[in-house]
Design a protein around this ligand. Structure first.
Ligand code: HEM
Length: 477
């Protein structure tokens, strides 16, 4: 629990303590965490019981006003009182009047969207999305059940991979609380589409995904810190910046890159697609470990699990076990297939899903700006400049892109307003884009092909810089 208790004890007896921005910045670790909301300072040191988990510490020593608004249900603010320790001296932030007006502008835009009813979901939209996705599942199962042809089974496995991808977007909607205002209902939707249908763990996903939302494309403040974007933490397989490769090197006992790291990163643009095919295997593994207490994907997640345990221990485990039960029933052709054929079907569905999900994740952020912790811009610029929207083009109609990307074609708008239902993102997009234009913030979009080429070029250019970096250290492979 934070040291806010001391301030609470003195409440009413003394005037509020005045705190400078510089002082807040010195309290920037989970053990010593001060955060600012609307010019008030809160001490949340060691508050591992935070219902949203360890993500709170990504804003230790910083202003959380906008990320708080993005994540929380109305009413959560009342819990902040007990952590209150004083008032920020606004003049110590060094913000120009232009920056203050900009921040007010995007907060007003949020209020405008609330007034327009943009945060209200259309339940029929989600009924349609859920039923149409279950129809893909039923069709994939029926193809295996009624046919003995290899090509039909192959088509079924790819359909199942597509079903997993679409289930991913639905779990994402429910767990960002786009569908229901009641948090528990959203979580139950997430457990259905995440654990039961996809074999993922809600808690694993929340820890990783909310962390990503809080600080997209932000490097950790040091090689050992856990306060950066977990989605760009892909070493030793892929480096999204040279700094990331350098941090990984610092963590090695001999302080050097291994032959494997040199080989992988030098050739990373060629490995990108094969790695996407394997992505789902890694997510299944991390989810299983998280749900069954066999380990965590990061130290940060481990600490969170130790402090809070699983939020839904039984449902998480039951969901994953039932997932493997139905998935193996289908993969084995309802008991007709050999072991090798079963493995082939399972791996084809798994690889298709990995590819279809991860290609959209890559489009969302990879190759966009990355920031060092000490140069983190304000909430709006961080979210917009690290993110790419996806449009129709190169023969892919917008309607296909809308379905394929499951709302994440409006990744920029989604990052600014994660709990805004996906069916309202198109309208929001127009307002966000014109706000960015008005304030000179770069807003980027590309189609599926151009965006993927941008990702590959970026990987290639980081590989080039990395080679220059490691030749100083020894001969290249
Ligand atoms: C003193 C500061 C904070 C307090 C008192 C607080 C309180 C809460 C409460 C009561 C909830 C559960 C209800 C809800 O979902 O709205 C919650 C959830 C959450 N919080 Fe916080 N929070 C604080 C700061 C933060 C910060 C700085 C972040 C992000 C950087 C954050 C991220 C989250 C997330 C992602 C959830 C939702 C988790 C889920 O959907 O299950 N919180 N917080």
């Amino acid at each position: 629990m934070g040291k806010g208790g001391d301030a609470r004890a003195s409440k009413g007896s003394t005037a509020a303590r005045k705190i400078s921005w510089q002082e807040v910045k010195t309290h920037a670790s989970p053990e010593d965490a001060w955060i600012i909301h609307s010019n008030k300072v809160y001490d949340v040191s060691n508050w591992h019981e935070h219902p949203g988990g360890a993500v709170i510490f990504t804003h230790a020593g910083d202003d959380m006003t906008d990320i708080f608004a993005a994540f929380h249900a109305p009413g959560s603010q009342s819990l902040m009182k007990k952590f209150y320790i004083g008032e920020l001296l606004p003049e110590t932030t060094g913000k120009e009047p232009q920056q203050i007006a900009f921040e007010k502008g995007y907060r007003d835009l949020r209020s405008k969207l609330i007034m327009m009813g943009m945060f209200k979901s259309n339940k029929w939209f989600y009924v349609y999305k859920c039923l149409s996705n279950m129809a893909i599942w039923a069709a994939a199962c029926a193809l295996v059940f009624y046919s003995d042809r290899f090509w039909v089974h192959l088509a079924s496995a790819v359909m199942l991979g597509t079903f997993f991808q679409q289930s991913g977007w639905l779990a994402h909607d429910f767990l960002h609380h786009q569908v229901f205002t009641k948090r528990k209902h959203g979580d139950l939707g997430g457990l259905f589409w995440g654990n039961l249908m996809q074999g993922y763990s809600v808690q694993w996903w929340k820890n990783k995904h909310n962390g990503h939302h809080a600080v997209p494309n932000l490097h950790c403040s040091s090689a050992v810190a856990q306060d950066g974007d977990p989605d760009i933490d892909t070493m030793p397989l892929l480096a999204w910046s040279v700094q990331q490769a350098q941090s990984y090197r610092e963590l090695q006992a001999d302080g050097k890159d291994s032959g494997l790291v040199k080989f992988m990163i030098r050739n990373q643009s060629y490995f990108y697609f094969p790695i996407l095919l394997l992505a789902r295997l890694s997510w299944l593994n991390e989810s299983f470990k998280c749900a069954f207490g066999l380990g965590a994907a990061s130290e940060n997640a481990a600490l969170e699990l130790k402090a809070k345990g699983l939020q839904y221990p039984l449902l998480e485990k039951a969901g994953i076990l039932l997932h493997y039960a139905w998935m193996l029933t289908v993969s084995s052709g309802f008991g007709r297939f050999s072991f090798a054929y079963t493995a082939f079907y399972f791996l084809t569905a798994t690889a298709s899903c990995g590819f279809l999900l991860a290609i959209v994740f890559g489009l969302g952020h990879n190759g966009m700006a990355t920031y060092n912790a000490d140069a983190r811009p304000d909430f709006w610029k961080l979210q917009v400049t690290t993110t790419r929207n996806v449009t129709g083009g190169h023969g892919f109609p917008q309607a296909f892109v809308d379905w394929f990307c499951g709302g994440l074609q409006y990744q920029v708008d989604h990052h600014l307003f994660p709990s805004l239902p996906r069916h309202n993102l198109a309208k929001t997009h127009a307002l966000v884009e014109s706000f960015c234009k008005e304030w000179g913030v770069q807003y980027h979009e590309a189609d599926l092909v151009d965006g993927t080429m941008e990702v590959l070029h970026h990987l290639g250019s980081v590989a080039g810089e990395f080679v220059v970096d490691f030749v100083r250290d020894g001969p290249a492979m």
